[in-house]
Design a protein around this ligand. Structure first.
Ligand code: NAD
Length: 478
């Protein structure tokens, strides 16, 4: 999203998907390529009237769609994933241009989304028999909610659309999907690809600004909002959804700790830990955002991570050698630059990085920090950028206490050769997912979501799918 561009040679082959047809609109979004720091494309921004028509189309389509079987819906979704994969290169290139992440990570995002979607549609939602006696039969069944509004952020537009989209469709709901105004393009192309597969109105895709999201959350004819984004906006979504008692799933921000014990070989884990910190330039909800390292391995770990940071090539994601692309937008770039300045001002030691090149493009090199005052912004806030503090501990209970000292609770990890001890520490982390010797491992069969202010509800797995359904008791007297 950006100020109007003067150039007329912007790519503009994008349409809103409403009731099975592609539409334009007078208001436009101007999309910046963050590696160049300039507008390269524009697309329509939906009006309120277009939202109303999309919701109406979704409501009408729901009547037929809800009657289809799980198997029929699964077959269509599998076909949709095949179609998406057959366009994966062009979709990935567009994703890199609008989002900034290296092409390999765009391809991985598409493949991961397809894999998880195919996994989701293999999950069975069976009725649960609660009582079966000669006198009565009581069972709990799950039925679709109706129209689901999906609102996504700019860091992983395809993957974060597919999880809720496929969950909603597979469980018999129809959808209005809204990507972030910073990264609307790949999602609109996805809508175009799905257009001919699904009956008109089952999937609607509308680009638009924040106001479109707000209209969706207050809309009387949307039954559920699946929101992925920041904690601050998540709170607004919840407050607005209260007006119509919409169901909500909120996947919000994180400040994920990694606790690294004294029995690991820092060299052996450095690559994995580095990647979990700096993938997508740290703009990942579940990226490692704080490292607590035992004093015995602290220096060696710092050294190994610094070596990784020096090795990683920063640049335009379309260059195949690049591992770290730009920050996605100017606002986020400015925020991370401010955090770097605050970190320096407060006397922390920058081990590597920390110098921000002058443009063009929103580039910040991978930055590692030690000797930091733990009340600093870098430790307290979700930095969502390529800068990570490494903090020392000697007593593991103290590390757990510091790791939990936050209102965030998305995920965390423990690194050790003693798996039982690792699991015991993981159980004490106040998070939705605690990993041992890995970070950012997700699957269609495993619920994902946040504790504390990192979210409400779960995506994926039976638990996640049931979030798109209303439980209903069927009670029969014999
Ligand atoms: P954001 O909250 O600014 O925006 C997310 C979406 O909400 C956008 O589509 C935006 O247009 C829309 N929106 C803005 N105001 C709205 C309103 N009042 N009502 C309804 N919708 C509104 O978030 P962002 O900056 O795009 O994304 C980054 C954040 O997302 C980070 O905090 C990150 O941790 C989080 N995130 C969480 C997960 C997860 O699974 N938990 C995954 C990815 C990102």
């Amino acid at each position: 999203m950006a100020e109007r561009a003067d150039t007329l040679d912007l790519r503009s082959d994008f349409g809103l998907l409403i009731d099975g047809a592609l539409e334009s609109s007078t208001p436009q979004l101007y999309v910046v390529n963050p590696a160049l720091g300039r507008v390269f494309a524009r697309c329509p921004a939906a009006t309120r009237e277009q939202l109303d028509r999309a919701v109406h189309a979704a409501r009408s389509a729901f009547l037929g769609w809800r009657k289809t079987t799980y198997a029929e819906r699964a077959a269509l979704i599998r076909q949709a994933m095949e179609k998406m994969k057959s366009h994966r290169e062009e979709l990935a290139e567009l994703l890199t241009r609008e989002q900034g992440k290296p092409l390999s990570q765009s391809l991985a995002e598409i493949d991961r989304g397809a894999g998880q979607s195919n996994g989701l549609v293999g999950i069975e939602i069976a009725p649960e028999v609660l009582v079966d006696t000669p006198e009565q039969h009581i069972e709990l069944v799950y039925r679709p909610l109706g129209v689901v509004g999906i609102i996504t952020p700019w860091n992983a537009p395809i993957n974060l659309a597919l999880g809720p989209l496929v969950s909603a469709l597979y469980t018999g709901n129809t959808v209005v999907l809204k990507p972030s105004p910073y990264t609307p393009l790949a999602t609109l192309k996805l809508g175009e690809l799905l257009r001919e597969l699904f009956p008109a109105g089952v999937v609607n895709v509308l680009a638009g600004g924040d106001e479109l999201g707000a209209w969706m959350t207050e809309h009387e004819d949307i039954d559920k909002i699946s929101f992925t984004g920041s904690v601050a906006t998540g709170k607004k979504v919840l407050a607005s959804a209260a007006g119509t008692l919409k169901r909500v799933t909120l996947e919000l921000g994180g400040n994920d700790p990694a606790i690294i014990l004294d029995d690991v070989d820092p060299q052996a884990i450095a690559k994995k830990v580095f990647f979990a910190c700096f993938v997508n330039s740290g703009q990942v909800c579940m990226a490692i955002k704080r490292i607590y390292a035992h004093e015995r391995i602290y220096d060696a770990l710092c050294e190994a991570l610094v070596a990784e940071a020096k090795r990683a090539k920063v640049g335009n994601g379309l260059d195949p050698d690049v591992e770290i692309g730009p920050l996605q937008n100017k606002m986020q770039y400015d925020k991370v630059v401010e955090i770097i300045e605050d970190t320096k001002r407060r006397g922390a030691r920058i081990l590597v990085g920390g110098e921000v090149p002058s443009g063009p493009g929103y580039f910040i090199p991978p930055t590692l920090v030690t000797d930091i005052d733990e009340s600093s912004r870098l430790v307290r806030e979700e930095q969502f950028g390529p800068i990570v503090p490494i903090m020392k501990f000697s007593d593991v209970d103290d590390a757990i206490r510091r790791a939990n000292d936050t209102r965030y609770g998305l995920s965390g990890s423990v690194w050790t050769n003693d798996l039982e001890r690792g699991a015991a520490i993981a159980r004490q982390l106040e998070v939705g997912t605690a990993w041992v010797n890995q970070h950012r491992a997700t699957s269609a069969f495993v619920p994902f979501g946040g504790a504390k202010e990192s979210g409400l509800g779960r995506q994926y797995s039976v638990l996640g799918l049931k979030g798109y359904m209303e439980p209903e008791v069927i009670s029969i007297a014999k």
